[in-house]
Design a protein around this ligand. Sequence first.
Ligand code: FES
Ligand SMILES: [Fe+2]
Length: 391
Amino acid sequence: MMSLDALLDDLAGYIGKPETSCFSLPPDAYLSPDLHDAEISGIFEKSWLCVGRDEYIPEAGDYYCIDLLDEPMVIVRGTDGTVRALNASCRHRFMPVVEGRGNAKRFVCPYHTWTYATDGRLIGAPHMEGSDVFDKSECSLPEYRLEIWKGFIFVNLDDDAAALEVMIASTDAATKNYRIEEQTEVFHYEREWEGNWKLSAENSMEYYHHIGLHAATVGGPMPAKGTYFPETPPVDDSFTHERCMIAEELLAGGDHPLNPRGDLTGLTREELQSGYLIYVYPAFTMAMRAGSNNWLAFRPDGPEKTKVLGGYLMWRDLVDEDPEVTEARSVLIEQVNNEDALATTELARMMRSRKAARGPLSPFEKTIAQFYKYLGRTLAGDRVTTRQAAE
Ligand code: FES
Ligand SMILES: [Fe+2]
């Protein structure tokens, strides 16, 4: 196994490399527990991570629990309508005050029945009158940073991180015409995939694999061969993106379930004629067409497993109008996601071979080269500076 030092040196090597000269990461980058730890502390504990959609909790008191990098949290819409991410561990002696999902007026800890309001305030604690140190106002459930962007709930474990809008500004501009805020989820996806999170990430940021893995599903309508890389907005430390040309036969019209429908005003010709994939670092991706959005978010579960959360969104009025297309697309997306899950399982298995070796990236995988550069800058940027100083 390569040392952490060697792996970080390797990542630093991507920073100045032309995108067309990049190889994939070495197998150990997907297996090393040390690199995994460095990614958790250097990336995931400091970044905005998508934990779901606010439409999962439309009513006051609606909640769902989620484990984010071993942080037990409950995402809850308070009686004031505000969505919060609260630590779900009781302030008395650590019992989970709530699990699963549902609707509650308050959270009652099952251990000694301390009771919390949906905004996290402790509102009841039996038999604490004789305590010299008990102060109800000091015993609220701690809150994590949470922000909502176009219906997506993002949480950041770093209380000092810059606001989400700083990170999402480029994505916001690039996706404006797609009217994501008018979309609703028609298909929900939540699984654990085998393999390191970077395998899932890479798989979800290129159309190249449509040529093989998705040949029977979306490879026809969205072929690999027309892949290109938009120049605006220019990629930065927050995202990478690419487009694929929609197949000629679909552009000619017809009744294919993937054809754009609904109110297409405001979409450019390019947006109507291409698929648009935008990958927001570190672990959130949207594959869009006019009126639809197949999104996924990844959370590492140790170096060798990845929690995958996602769904398929469509413009709300379209869902009401056309239940058959909604159903057809949902079935298709489930197939596509299953194909992707299978691929990452196979990659994770094969890279354990003693003969496994990195290979050259295709120019259609420029997004992956950019992702490696991002990893290099974030985890090993200081090494380049040190190296340059030494030269
Ligand atoms: S641990 Fe929750 S009330 Fe005691
Ligand atoms: Fe795929």
